[in-house]
Design a protein around this ligand. Structure first.
Ligand SMILES: Cc1cc2nc3c(=O)[nH]c(=O)nc-3n(C[C@H](O)[C@H](O)[C@H](O)COP(=O)(O)OP(=O)(O)OC[C@H]3O[C@@H](n4cnc5c(N)ncnc54)[C@H](O)[C@@H]3O)c2cc1C
Length: 359
């Protein structure tokens, strides 16, 4: 065991919330020999399980500020993480590249200017007459797109990712508890965490990764943090017709802001909506069918074979995500809105550095 591990060995860390953020933090911290426990009462229904898993790092046009730095860092880290995680599950991969297309000429002009400003970022302009678009235009029944191929961006299947992290965490002896934390209290140098079933856990460091519900565990008098729910719906379409083969499309594909992921010849996923609510609204589903100038035959609500939603948390009055030390030993890693999967590795690095300051 090395020196770092000796120093951190007996330190207890409790992570509340076992979505992609909680699991990624556990994965990063597990390399340092901490005694880690993950607590979650309902991880199957969280927003991480609803995600499409698109990684839009390099394609992000605002090239300054914290959001860009987190994207940049995560884009660098994801290939490294995947390489390590493949030793637990060889099926885990990043599907690259990402196609970002539009019907909007002004948007395309802005994209072209952006791509030309960053010639070393493996961004490729796709003009209307490009051979890359032949099959896409055909599947989209006469819509004419232009756009960019981002060779560094792509998609990770979130379910495969979450399952793989579970295997990795188990092999690293990370403890998991299927329960809800109802209260957190300071107890000298430690934190007492009360479970729904009444037991109390004690830990030196607590990391709140429980999205919207993190507000229920912190003192609103001291910490003026606001989070609002942003529900996202997604649909899977099944369409069988001899001239339509979704496998001929690039995947992942973003057209006019909607993400499309090919599952097989006859099945495609489209997402997602942004609804400031806790209940999915039927009207918003229309957005997933009305984002093109001309609607191809297959893009029809009657072809929905599966639909689902997840609830993300968006900070009010400050940017997403919220990465803050609230008190000694109490770290908040929440408010992940659209890009929680993308940002997970960079945020886990931030948490690690923060944890070291608390020891
Ligand atoms: C339809 C949809 C599509 C998306 N697509 C993408 C995409 O393409 N790319 C991308 O990067 N992001 C995407 N996202 C966003 C991404 O899913 C989120 O940003 C990310 O999942 C947030 O992860 P999280 O771990 O913070 O929250 P969650 O996954 O919601 O996890 C929070 C966990 O905390 C647990 N919890 C809450 N309270 C307690 C408590 N008191 N005690 C114990 N446990 C508790 C919950 O049970 C839950 O499991 C999408 C989201 C949706 C809904």
């Amino acid at each position: 065991m090395n020196k770092i591990n000796d120093k951190f060995n007996k330190i207890k860390i409790l992570i509340v919330g076992s979505g992609i953020i909680g699991k990624s933090n556990a994965f990063e911290l597990s390399n340092y020999g901490f005694d880690i426990t993950l607590v979650d009462q309902d991880e199957i229904n969280n927003s991480s399980n609803a995600a499409l898993g698109i990684l839009m790092g390099t394609i992000y046009q605002k090239r300054n500020g914290r959001s860009w730095r987190l994207r940049q860092k995560s884009s660098e880290l994801w290939p490294k993480w995947i390489k390590i995680l493949q030793s637990y599950n060889p099926k885990l991969k990043i599907d690259k590249p990402l196609f970002l297309l539009t019907n909007d000429l002004d948007k395309f002009k802005r994209l072209t200017k952006f791509v030309n400003s960053y010639p070393h970022d493996e961004l490729e302009i796709v003009e209307a007459n490009s051979y890359n678009l032949n099959q896409i235009n055909k599947t989209f029944d006469g819509n004419e797109f232009q756009g960019v191929i981002s060779h560094r961006d792509g998609r990770i299947n979130p379910k495969v990712l979450l399952d793989t992290l579970d295997i990795a965490l188990e092999s690293k002896n990370i403890k998991t508890i299927n329960n809800k934390i109802t209260k957190i209290e300071k107890n000298n140098k430690n934190w007492n965490l009360k479970l729904k079933t009444g037991e109390v856990l004690t830990s030196e460091i607590v990391i709140l990764c429980n999205s919207l519900d993190s507000l229920q565990l912190i003192n609103p008098e001291i910490h003026k943090i606001k989070l609002k729910p942003v529900l996202g719906q997604a649909v899977e379409l099944h369409y069988e017709e001899k001239n339509t083969n979704f496998l001929t499309l690039p995947s992942p594909l973003n057209i006019n802001g909607k993400n499309l992921i090919t599952i097989n010849k006859e099945t495609i996923i489209i997402g997602s909506t942004d609804e400031y609510n806790f209940k999915p609204d039927e009207l918003y589903i229309n957005e997933l069918f009305e984002f093109l100038q001309k609607q191809p035959k297959w893009l029809n609500k009657k072809n929905i074979s599966r639909r689902w939603f997840g609830i993300r948390s968006r900070p009010e009055g400050e940017p997403s995500p919220i990465l803050k030390t609230l008190e000694k030993g109490l770290i908040l890693c929440s408010g992940f809105y659209k890009n929680g999967i993308l940002l997970a590795p960079a945020c886990s690095k931030w948490v690690l550095e923060e944890v070291k300051k608390h020891i």
